[in-house]
Design a protein around this ligand. Structure first.
Ligand code: ATP
Ligand code: MG
Length: 601
């Protein structure tokens, strides 16, 4: 492709709409244009990158025996009502775009495709002989993200590879899951990115496994905790660790003390000259279940620790039966306005005790009349602890479970693991932290969707059983931008060769110099003929502008038909290292071909 004929517009200045380097660079280098909130046009250079990423994904998926298909983006509400996700996806979480057509039918734009694929499996899979089966697609997804940002990282319309596998047993699922783990490692290795597989939260469906693949980059939205020995890495949402040891309490008798202005753990520890590990902190949450039931949750946890709200959510979903709910619509720390709706009198905020009376909760329909009391293991282990007294300005010291407060029956692990904590597999290892961009997620689903939609098969013994399922996603467009976030410098993008829009760019410093033009035209034709995907910068621009643009756009190899032509040579520059060398005209094609092959493997 000739730049003179291409839609090629670069910007000198950073666009105001972009915060992180990759977003700025993709806009500046003419890869993407913002059309609306979270909605981007993939311009010709970007489209080539996306096709390369897609092709790598496709090849690795096909190698495992998965079959590609294409499902509709537009999906009828009936399927989502069958799975029970219509209300949560359109209202509660509200991440799904939905609309009503002229026939008054409700439809949605697919944020994901479990329902559609399970409906197909229900229709077409009859017997164990058809299993296992793995189907995938590469398609545009729609999600009404509350905070679309960072360009393609979190879009409202984006490209995803999503695959779904069907099995007769958990064992068969685990095999495909292991195949996907390998396939994903292969694909991300082939894209040339530094990545890390991590244990991930699998929500309340739980039980089985879930793993995310993180591209390592400082601007990543996810925090990863890992150990140096390479044996543990997890998303913080999921991570477990050993808490630091508690300092034994200096208080030996139970007393109530006047502790003015100590509503936080820090102020209290300061005032009492005690360690935060001697304090039981009581945090109030408000949970709303999908049946509309509001439950007030009182969590007791050791003072130096924090609640992991993902873990808390999972526990609350597990306890849903008690309140007639299956999932949570919301989990919040109730503010004054929320408290006013149910509290019978002002709460002793900052001074709450584990024994906060249920009489604080008014009698209302759809309001559970008692606190759901949960205690984290870190608080269970404390003796002679400090905690609130239910009276503003006062705390108690020397308290014990079973003496002053009954130990709640629901003991849970909802503590947030932190960098510096000791690892559970080997306490001599401490958790380190890194930031990552989630580009893939593999997940053992089990029978959640097959049961809900009635997707069954007939087993070898003639039994009708629900299909066991797995699902596997890759954020294709997010990955393309993550590559830039990980690989750039002050001058622009540094594409890994495997996903660069072009491998090489031939730059003619002066288009009025016939010898330069002739040599460049020949190289351009020969390189392309040899399979080295090459651009020709034949624009009527100053050489400096062309060099700057080639660096900004990030093409791996630049060939310049400049001064050294007189000696039958051209200058060849590697974008990543800026290393420059003179190469004889006759050797350019073979050299670049070799470099490209070495890089792509
Ligand atoms: P996140 O936690 O980042 O919101 P998710 O867990 O909701 O993502 P999945 O449903 O697992 O995402 O989707 C599979 C993959 O699709 C993700 O691993 C991610 O790479 C990509 N993805 C998800 N949401 C977006 C988005 N809004 N924009 C671009 N890519 C996305
Ligand atoms: Mg995910």
């Amino acid at each position: 492709m000739r730049l003179s004929q291409m839609l090629f517009v670069t910007l000198r200045e950073d666009p105001a709409e972009a915060e992180i380097p990759s977003h700025k660079l993709l806009l500046r280098a003419g890869y993407i244009r913002r059309i609306g909130s979270g909605v981007y046009a993939y311009l010709p250079l970007m489209w080539r990158v996306l096709q390369k990423v897609s092709q790598i994904v496709r090849e690795e998926m096909n190698a495992t025996g998965a079959q590609e298909l294409l499902l509709p983006a537009m999906q009828p509400s009936e399927l989502w009502k069958e799975s029970g996700r219509w209300d949560t996806y359109t209202q509660a979480e509200g991440i799904m775009f939905s609309l009503t057509d002229r026939q008054n039918r409700e439809v949605a734009l697919g944020p994901t495709h479990e329902e559609v694929i399970t409906a197909i499996a229900r229709d077409m899979i009859r017997s164990y002989r058809q299993l296992p089966l793995h189907l995938y697609q590469i398609q545009t997804k729609f999600r009404d993200e509350i905070r679309p940002r960072f360009g393609l990282m979190r879009g409202r319309e984006f490209i995803m590879k999503d695959g779904y596998s069907f099995h007769t047993s958990e064992d068969s699922l685990k095999q495909t899951y292991a195949d996907m783990d390998r396939a994903y490692r292969n694909m991300f290795t082939r894209t040339g990115l530094k990545f890390r597989p991590v244990e991930a939260d699998s929500g309340a469906i739980g039980g089985s496994g879930s793993q995310e693949f993180m591209v390592l980059a400082d601007a990543g939205e996810d925090e990863i905790l890992y150990t140096e020995d390479g044996k543990y890495s997890a998303n913080t949402e999921k991570a477990v660790s050993l808490p630091p040891d508690a300092v034994p309490s200096a208080f030996t008798t139970f007393e109530k003390l006047n502790t003015p202005n100590t509503p936080t753990i820090d102020t209290l520890a300061d005032f009492l000259k005690c360690s935060p590990t001697q304090i039981v902190k009581n945090v109030l949450y408000q949970a709303v279940y999908d049946n509309g039931m509001t439950v007030l949750v009182l969590v007791s946890i050791r003072g130096d620790q924090d609640v992991n709200e993902i873990k808390l959510t999972n526990e609350l979903v597990k306890l849903g039966d008690r309140f007639g709910g299956k999932t949570l619509l919301a989990l919040t720390v109730p503010d004054a306005e929320a408290q006013a709706k149910w509290a019978t009198k002002p709460l002793p905020l900052g001074y709450i005790s584990p024994g906060l009376e249920d009489s604080y909760i008014g009698k209302q329909e759809k309001l559970h009349p008692k606190f759901l009391r949960l205690v984290d293991q870190t608080a269970v282990d404390l003796q002679n602890f400090v905690t609130g007294s239910n009276e503003s300005g006062f705390h108690v010291v020397g308290a014990n479970w079973g003496t002053q407060y009954p130990l709640p029956a629901d003991v849970v692990d909802i503590r947030k693991a932190r960098p510096g904590d000791r690892a559970t597999h080997d306490p001599s290892q401490t958790l380190q932290t890194a930031r990552g961009i989630e580009v893939g997620h593999i997940f053992q689903l089990g029978t959640k969707y097959s049961k809900a939609l009635g997707a069954t098969y007939t087993s070898e013994t003639g039994e009708e059983l629900p299909l066991v399922m797995g699902c596997y996603g890759v954020g294709v467009s997010r990955l393309a931008q993550a590559a830039v976030e990980q690989n750039h410098d002050n001058d622009g993008i540094i594409w890994p060769v495997a996903i660069a829009p072009y491998h090489a760019i031939v730059v003619i410093p002066n288009i009025n110099d016939a010898a330069q033009v002739e040599a460049a035209e020949k190289l351009y034709a020969d390189l392309n003929a040899a399979g080295v995907e090459t651009l020709l910068d034949d624009r009527d621009e100053r050489a400096g502008v062309k060099f700057k643009d080639s660096e900004l756009v990030g093409i791996p190899f630049r060939v310049v038909t400049g001064r050294s032509l007189q000696q039958g040579k051209v200058e060849v520059v590697k974008r990543a290292t800026k290393e420059s060398q003179e190469i004889a005209l006759a050797d350019v094609v073979s050299t670049l071909k070799q470099w490209v092959q070495e890089a792509i493997g």
